[in-house]
Design a protein. Structure first.
Length: 268
């Protein structure tokens, strides 16, 4: 499942690397192998609690597409909670690690390697819910790609289905002193994850591990209002936004925003 790549390739000018497809060169074997150290599954489970499970169960959703599965944390949490889960990622490296993580827990993940922009070519059927978590949507640098991906999610949902999509609080990072931004909720205690460069078209994050390994991700800094507008433009009629899993929050406080967008049956 690996291509043997040992070093991330950002070219001669990393700040100029602003392409949707570049994530394939970012999630190399070494970085993927350390991803669970970054997340810290136990800490993340404690931080999130039953937030996503409760949202899905409150709306009687059973069939769930995990569109940005990464190493499988949410797919496995949802499987353990009794949901029917399809595990998708654009990185074959990540999918391999997710399947391995499931097997270690005596679970067999239904994995599909797919690009969101052509999701329904590779993933068939309709879902009660789609989740796209872990700040993953910000890998899309081109607005056409973002709109196309959301349209694919919309098409893959049943009527009354929901899309749960999250993002970092880039408004706070863009408008404030990003160099002093505190650590984000899903990071392991020993891993430093922080923005290294931010402008209106790029958020470059640096991930430093205890053994001295350092990796980077280049992402597009989505503002909250812009993301909400994209969701409504695609057709979602009702969008509710949480700040770090809370309904009430001060705009600058949350590390993450979580949007819950509904595909209402009266849209037919």
């Amino acid at each position: 499942m690996t291509d043997g790549t040992l070093v991330q390739d950002f070219g001669t000018d990393p700040i100029a690397t602003r392409e949707t497809d570049h994530y394939q060169k970012e999630y190399i074997e070494g970085f993927v192998d350390k991803w669970d150290e970054l997340i810290d599954w136990d800490a993340r489970a404690e931080s999130e609690g039953r937030f996503f499970i409760d949202i899905l169960k409150a709306r009687d959703k059973k069939k769930v597409l995990d569109a940005a599965a990464g190493t499988g944390f949410h797919s496995i949490q949802l499987l353990k909670a009794g949901f029917d889960v399809t595990t998708v990622d654009g990185s074959a490296e990540m999918l391999g690690k997710a399947f391995e993580n499931g097997r270690r827990r005596n679970l067999v993940l239904n994995t599909v390697h797919a690009d969101w922009r052509w999701l329904n070519k590779d993933v068939h059927g309709k879902f009660d819910a789609i989740i796209c978590l872990g700040n993953s949507f910000t890998h899309l640098f081109d607005e056409h790609d973002r709109r196309r991906a959301l349209a694919e999610f919309y098409a893959a949902l049943k009527w009354d289905g929901i899309l749960i999509i999250d993002q970092r609080n880039y408004d706070s990072i863009l408008d404030g002193d990003f160099s002093t931004k505190h650590k984000y909720y899903y990071c392991g205690d020993q891993v430093v994850a922080e923005p290294e460069h931010v402008d209106d078209g790029l958020a470059r994050f640096r991930y430093a591990f205890p053994d001295g390994a350092v990796y980077h991700l280049n992402m597009f800094p989505l503002r909250k209002a812009y993301t909400r507008k994209l969701l409504t433009d695609v057709g979602f009629k009702k969008v509710k936004t949480y700040g770090d899993f809370q309904e009430t929050y001060q705009e600058n406080d949350p590390d993450f925003f979580v949007h819950v967008a509904e595909k209402l049956a009266d849209e037919q």
